[in-house]
Write a protein that binds this ligand. Structure first.
Ligand code: HH2
Length: 254
């Protein structure tokens, strides 16, 4: 799954693809690099991000989906029912919902659904997240929401542990270490670690500095975690760097 953020403020590529023509061109380059699916988002969910109003989110994503839907499978990364509906009307066939609230909407639309675990909202989620047992809590949440989506009539359900969403570095690592347990729930698993903050922190710590390495310098960490996730049984990885990730995926598959 290649990431296409049509936003001014996404954490690693904010502002680069806000112009629809530039976004469509980037989507095409993700396809050429080998993405099976392009995840179009018009609202950043990074820690501290401000919500975007519906009209603005629609203005950002719909022209891009209309242009690309004939060329690749499109997922819509949104938490808003109206945006999911318009995106599906424009050609998207998967609703990627970081709020875990849109199962009924995906059912109504007859499309696939990604349920992701998140604690809190972008404004609150990184303020001292606490779990008694992060793996058990995330698994229980995903199983519950996936069952509800199935009961509502969704036929294609993906689960995602939500790396970086209300989780410390240790929580993220614990979830990755136990990812096979999430896989054992029986739903296909999607994982997104690409360029995320915990990689920056881990790499900074390893060279003695306290400054996280920049988002431009997280490719190797992204590939290491994607490779790990695939080896544990993840069925899809959400990445900014499609070409390099696909090479890693081919080697894991072999
Ligand atoms: N991560 C981000 C956004 N959407 N969806 C799923 N299913 N899983 C994820 O891990 C995930 C996601 C955050 O990354 P990005 O889109 O690069 O940044 P931003 O939210 O700042 O636009």
């Amino acid at each position: 799954m290649g990431v296409l953020n049509v936003t001014p403020d996404s954490f690693s590529d904010g502002g680069r693809f806000l112009d629809p023509d530039v976004a469509v061109a980037h989507g095409r380059s993700l396809i050429i690099e080998g993405a099976d699916l392009v995840d179009v988002g018009g609202e950043s969910s990074r820690p501290g991000a401000d919500p975007v109003d519906e009209a603005e989110e629609l203005r950002r994503v719909i022209p891009v989906i209309e242009a690309l839907a004939g060329e690749v499978r499109i997922s819509i990364d949104t938490v808003k029912p109206a945006v999911a509906r318009a995106a599906v009307a424009a050609g998207a066939t998967l609703v990627n919902d970081v709020s875990a609230t849109l199962g009924p909407v995906a059912a109504e639309l007859g499309v696939g659904y990604v349920v992701m675990h998140r604690r809190g909202t972008p404004h609150t989620m990184q303020i001292e997240p606490h779990y008694d047992d992060v793996v058990a809590e995330v698994k229980a949440f995903l199983a519950d929401h996936a069952e509800r989506a199935a009961a509502a009539g969704v036929e294609e359900i993906w689960v995602d542990p939500g790396i970086g969403f209300g989780k410390s570095t240790e929580h993220n690592l614990t979830l990755l270490r136990h990812l096979h347990e999430v896989v054992a729930l029986g739903y296909p698993v999607l994982v997104g670690t690409s360029r995320k903050g915990f990689l920056g922190k881990l790499l900074a710590a390893s060279d003695g500095s306290t400054d996280p390495v920049s988002t431009d310098d997280r490719l190797e960490g992204s590939l290491a975690t994607a490779t790990w996730a695939m080896a544990q049984g993840a069925a899809m990885i959400r990445v900014h760097d499609v070409r390099a990730s696909l090479q890693a995926a081919k080697v894991v598959a072999a």
